[in-house]
Ligand binder design. Structure first.
Ligand SMILES: [Mg+2]
Length: 121
């Protein structure tokens, strides 16, 4: 079973993403802050990380940089409520960028595509 770590400072989003991604057949763990995520990553290596950009303290872009340095090649999906990050070169290091929506269709498709690509490659 593929494992996913969801990092978001909003509790309702953590619940929603966990529930919906578990319905897709993934095993999902959650973290509320970048610091908490790094603690989890000390002991576990998920197959993919879904990362909120806007968080108090360490934001998603800084966390992504740390993860890429320390953990190497874990696919990262950055999420934000703001479409403007699409033009931000700092998000280009991620594997995908998804604008947050109550409808998780795009997120689920993105996750599935990344897993399919990795399997093929
Ligand atoms: Mg946030």
């Amino acid at each position: 079973m593929k494992t996913i770590l969801v990092v978001d400072d909003e509790q309702n989003i953590r619940f929603l993403y966990k529930e919906e991604l578990e319905d897709e057949g993934y095993q999902v763990s959650v973290a509320a802050t970048g610091e908490e995520a790094l603690k989890i990553l000390d002991t576990k290596t998920p197959d993919l990380i879904v990362l909120d950009i806007k968080m108090p303290g360490m934001d998603g872009i800084e966390l992504m940089r740390k993860i890429k340095e320390d953990k190497g090649d874990i696919p990262i999906v950055l999420c934000s409520a703001y479409g403007r990050y699409k033009q931000d070169f700092r998000v280009w290091a991620s594997d995908a960028y998804v604008v947050k929506s109550a409808d998780l269709t795009e997120l689920k498709l993105t996750v599935k595509e990344i897993f399919n690509q990795r399997q093929a490659g």
